[in-house]
Write a protein of this length. Sequence first.
Length: 523
Amino acid sequence: MHDDGFHVYDTTLRDGAQQEGLNLSVADKIAIARHLDDLGVGFIEGGWPGANPKDTEFFRHARTELDLKHAQLAAFGATRRAGAKAADDPLVAALRESGAPVVTLVAKSHDRHVELALRTTLEENLAMIRDTVSHLRTEGQRVFLDAEHFFDGYRSNPAYALEVVRTAAEAGADVVALCDTNGGMLPDELADVVAAVAEAGARLGVHCHDDSGCAVANTLAAVSAGVTHVQGCANGYGERSGNANLFTVVGNLQLKRGYDLGVRLGEMTRVAHAVSEVTNVAPSSQQPYVGTSAFAHKAGLHASAVKVDPMLYQHIDPELVGNDMRMLISSMAGRASVELKGRELGYELSGEKAKQVVGRVKELEASGYTFEAADASFELLLREEVEGARTRFFTVESWRTIVERRTDGTLMSEATVKLNAKGERIVATGEGNGPVNALDRALRLALERIYPELSALELVDYKVRILEGTHGTEARTRVLIESSDSTGEWGTVGVQDDVIAASWDALEESVTYCLLRAGHTPA
Ligand SMILES: [Zn+2]
């Protein structure tokens, strides 16, 4: 465990899981907790045991299946009911029995919410906080308090909001996290409130939502104003516009403010993507620090300067967060970016060779190709230019596909491919829910016996675009395919008059690249 001076508190499994379309199983939660622990966060809020059966289950599994190296688990729950005793409240009992060393209690701090939502008196709300915090403390758990709607409450009744903070701290809460539950605050006003509350003497934390687009900025402003506990979610998950992105917060604090939070930033890009694999939410390529575009350069002019000194055009060295500088290949790119991209792939391109590649790229782009999302196609092109021959593991004799509409109205596609690999002639047939799917199956069926690695190949995404014809030429079809195996993803492109032919080209390159990655030597 890292020292207690500054808390990095993750709430992906509780607040982040509120995101629309995000549905985590117990196994998913365990997997995400492991990734966050690997990264080195201090606290992982696992959910609300007692209130949510899946969360009760999570804490039970966590006891035997989670061997956390850095983080401590926190159970989230509410203060006792009005008019009862904390010791007799079944929901408080569930927190006690969760086995979590830390309990984070949510309490109302906005007077109108106490009266309208909780339907109790302001006095009783304070008693509920006092009783529940001190009960859990006596039973041996560490207690943090989330002061819900704190900033709006402070605006409505500052004296009462402050009283909530004081009551919790006096009852033994180690941290009172001020929550911008509605997410509408702006950094300067939020910082003013934090500074005023800091005088109450309690250790403060902050929990921000991104409804004004300021969750990260608000969190940083709160840190400047004195909080020593920050809450947030992996990849900024959360309901509505999301919670503060914990990765961005931590990147900023460690790299720009010099905090040592014990977070292994070099693992951050990997962890961000691993978590999005589990949540099945496509990662944003533009996400600060960890997005695939976060350090990608496009313009040619720009690229020549990047070659001289990369730090002229990036705010940090991408390696610090486990990301890398990716050069996008586009018609704007000049020789410098091709040389750089070549070096990234392990090729030293002489001036003449680089010029030749730029020529090829421009020519292909003019006929409809794009390499920005087709890194694998670009690498194959580069290899061809450098080695003087196309990388091939098989040669295609022919392929064909048919689509059949049956009397019952269903559609069925079938494809046959004929090819030669390792001196063998292979004929294979595949069926699928469409002609491209059938071709993909037939191609793999033909090659899998010789190259078993292909069974791990998956098509992740398939995009078709019809390109307008220009200068009297016909419209053409561009297909982009995103593929993956167990260790990474790559993109390929095909451009033809016909959509199936374009798809075949992209498929063939995807399979070729997969075999290259697997370490095979071209035939
Ligand atoms: Zn929240």
